[in-house]
Design a protein around this ligand. Structure first.
Ligand code: SAH
Length: 358
């Protein structure tokens, strides 16, 4: 993963060098931070200290780093670290916590903390809103504002970690937004979560609805992360009905890219499949799905639909869900059912929708 320079300047035809807005420091590696302190006339070891204060002490302003001289702190006090503030927090009876986080430009995003046994999983957003407009997803109904920067993705993990006072063990990129429309920042955030925050690559999962060529491009990075692909239908006609972006990017092409991903990375792909009663949950759909995935190193994750207000899909009953599972198992397909946590906190898959009720 390539590093992004912290400071950048471009030639302006009018004034010569033009300093661009300073990107926040969060998301930068030790090497980048070391280069940055040196650019500011400080000795190299200050870079490591800065890294420790940002990632392990959770400092929010350079002015608060007490090991730095007062004079230098005053000089750099306005350079942002890039932390958000918690705008709202709601806790479900199962312990899942949903956060509305306010960003520097006052946009609101959602992050979810999901505790289980010894794990703490954070579900992070990658965009403010989402442009994909999948028919069953609340985020898509709220429209799209902008991509998140790498600091805004890493911040969500640090914020949940601090609030729980427990190390985050897993991160799933399954919040608001489509990660592969923001690949550069997502890759930078993955690097930082792995190397700066210290979360193993295998504990990082990126979920995508599939954007042409982007899965192949992701594979070239040879990461050990888990790729999850939102399939939701076993044939093109049904898929385009549920996912508008499937129209110009046929299922066959998506599956071919996923096969390449497996070949290149040696990692199996997880296929997510939201179960909508009477729409895609019949035994014939399960059979068709098994056919799509034949010869694939894959895993199917069934997500019983979480109701949202705008559409009247229904969650299938547990007999229907079990029948679907049975067909897949008979076809030798690895399958699990993900019953969403945090329904009460409105924090379940597909229910993230900032700015509305909290
Ligand atoms: N844009 C990414 C991340 C989206 S959220 C993607 O499409 O994969 C993660 C998962 O939740 C996706 O599989 C998404 O389709 C699913 N999801 C969305 N709305 C849902 C709902 N109402 N009930 C259950 N799952 C839903």
């Amino acid at each position: 993963m390539s590093a992004t320079p912290i400071l950048s300047s471009v030639d302006s035809p009018i004034s010569g060098k033009l300093q661009l807005a300073i990107p926040p420091l969060l998301g930068a590696s030790v090497a980048e931070l070391t280069a940055w302190v040196q650019q500011h006339g400080q000795p190299a070891y200050r870079g490591k200290q800065l890294h420790d204060w940002i990632y392990h002490k959770g400092v929010r302003s350079l002015a608060d780093i007490s090991v730095f001289s007062k004079q230098w702190r005053a000089e750099v006090a306005n350079i942002p670290i890039g932390r958000s503030t918690i705008h709202h927090r709601s806790v479900a009876p199962d312990g899942t916590v949903k956060y509305l986080l306010q960003l520097a430009d006052r946009q609101i995003i959602e992050a979810v903390g999901i505790p289980s046994d010894k794990r703490l999983t954070v579900c992070v957003s990658t965009q403010v809103g989402c442009p994909m407009a999948c028919d069953f997803c609340a985020t898509g109904k709220g429209g799209y504002k902008r991509n998140l920067g790498r600091h805004e993705i890493v911040d969500q993990v640090l914020t949940v970690q601090e609030d729980f006072q427990q190390r985050v063990s897993h991160v799933v990129f399954m919040g608001m937004g489509e990660p592969l429309l923001n690949t550069e920042n997502v890759l930078a955030a993955l690097r930082s979560l792995n190397q700066d925050v210290g979360i193993g690559q295998r504990s990082l999962t990126v979920s995508t609805v599939g954007i042409r060529d982007r899965i192949r491009q992701l594979a070239q990075h040879h990461l050990q992360i888990t790729l999850a692909v939102s399939l939701h239908a076993p044939n093109q006609a049904l898929r385009e009905q549920l996912i508008p972006s499937a129209r110009p990017y046929p299922l066959e092409e998506l599956l071919a890219e996923c096969r390449e991903y497996v070949e290149i990375t040696g990692r199996r792909v997880t296929f997510e499949y939201v179960l909508l009663a009477g729409v895609n949950d019949l035994p014939q759909h399960a059979l068709e799905l098994a056919k799509c995935l034949r010869g694939f190193q894959s895993h199917v994750n069934l997500i019983p639909y979480n109701p949202i207000q705008e559409v009247d899909y229904k969650r299938p009953n547990s007999d229907r869900i079990q029948a679907f599972v049975k067909v897949l198992k008979q076809q030798q397909i690895a399958v699990s059912v993900r019953y969403s946590r945090g329904l009460e906190a409105d924090a379940a898959c597909g229910q993230l929708r900032a700015n509305k009720k909290s």
